[in-house]
Structures are given as structure tokens and as C-alpha cells.
Design a binder for this molecule. Structure first.
Ligand SMILES: [Zn+2]
Length: 191
């Protein structure tokens, strides 16, 4: 899947969870940082690709990508597995701990926003032709549906003109059906 589909899927997942869970208080700062963490989390598994969107967004990213990507084993290896979820989960926790004194936001919410986005990336990739090595280092790539030719091609017509618009529609319907909740969130729960 392309970066923008991953980001939209990550946002959709968090949007759905927020809409269907009890309201939580958060600061405007937390909302903003959690949203950014969501976008970053949605792109993070693809840092094993030197051409990944996340690298282009970082200053000097192309150079770092050449240094780091060989250690991740190539595209769709460790960062696209359960092991990778734990690894990047710990790493994100560590980075957020370091930033705790600079950013006065609820780091637990930010971390969850990142993790949900990360996991949504792997789920979305499971529907693509390449599949996902969920059980890395066991070298089997899993895909839904199991028949390879029925799966989605990254950046193809199905992703662009069916999956992407469907995700937008899902967000619209989540907001529409939980409208009152969004209003009370912005009025009373966002400080
Ligand atoms: Zn990926």
C-alpha cells in the first residue's frame, strides 16, 4: 500500500476506536501530537524501504535510509512482523520518554495512537500481493485472501479508486453516526 493509504487507514482505525470508546479528556496539545504520531506510525513499518515516504519527510533522510535499511533486512521483513511491533513499540516508548520533559502531553495516548497506526499498516499490507511475514524470522508471508492473484496491488487501481475512497466514506459514516460524541469531545473534553 502507498503511504497515503496507510495514513488514512491508521487515522480511520483511531477514529473508530475513539468514536466507540468512552470519551477521554485530553489537551489540544495531546490531540495534535497524537495525530502526528498516528501519521508517523502509519508510515514507520516501511522504513525498511530506502524510498519510503517517511524518509523523504526527514531532513537528510535519504542518507539515513541508506545506513539503516540494510539492518532491517530488506522490504517487508522484521518491521512487518509481530516481533517488529514489539521492537518499534519499545523504541517509541523510549523516544517518548526522552521527549516527556519537552512535550507536555499525555504520552500514553500518543504511544497508543502510534501503535494502533503501526498495527493497521501491517493489517493493510496483508491484503496486498506481497503479503506480510507476521511470524518473522519464520520466512512465510501471510496474505488475505490466501490466493495471491485475488490480492491488491500496491499503488494499483483498486487501492487508488476503491480502497482509498472507501476509507474516506468509512470516516464520514463514523463521524456522522457519532456526531454528538464529537461535539461533546470538542466542547467539554478537549482542554
Ligand atoms: Zn508496508
Amino acid at each position: 500500500m502507498t503511504g497515503r493509504t496507510h495514513d488514512l487507514a491508521a487515522f480511520t482505525t483511531v477514529n473508530y476506536i475513539l468514536a466507540t470508546s468512552p470519551l477521554i479528556h485530553m489537551s489540544l496539545g495531546t490531540l495534535f501530537v497524537a495525530f502526528s504520531a498516528n501519521l508517523i506510525g502509519g508510515l514507520t513499518p516501511d522504513i525498511d524501504q530506502p524510498t519510503a515516504d517517511l524518509w523523504h519527510k526527514l531532513p537528510g533522510g535519504t542518507l539515513y535510509s541508506r545506513l539503516i535499511t540494510p539492518f532491517l533486512g530488506g522490504h517487508r521483513y522484521i518491521s512487518h512482523s509481530i516481533l517488529g511491533i514489539f521492537l518499534f513499540g519499545f523504541l517509541a516508548k523510549y523516544v517518548l520518554q526522552l521527549a516527556r520533559h519537552t512535550l507536555l502531553v499525555d504520552m500514553t495516548l500518543v504511544w497508543w495512537s502510534f501503535m494502533i497506526a503501526y498495527i493497521s499498516h501491517l493489517v493493510m499490507d496483508t491484503f496486498t500481493k506481497e503479503g506480510v511475514p507476521w511470524l518473522f524470522p519464520i520466512p512465510i508471508k501471510f496474505g488475505i485472501p490466501p490466493l495471491h492473484f485475488l490480492r491488491i496491488k500496491t499503488g494499483g487501481i483498486v487501492e487508488k479508486y476503491i480502497i482509498f475512497p472507501i476509507l474516506i466514506l468509512i470516516n464520514g459514516s463514523i463521524i456522522y453516526s457519532h456526531y454528538g460524541k464529537y461535539l461533546s469531545f470538542f466542547h467539554g473534553y478537549l482542554r
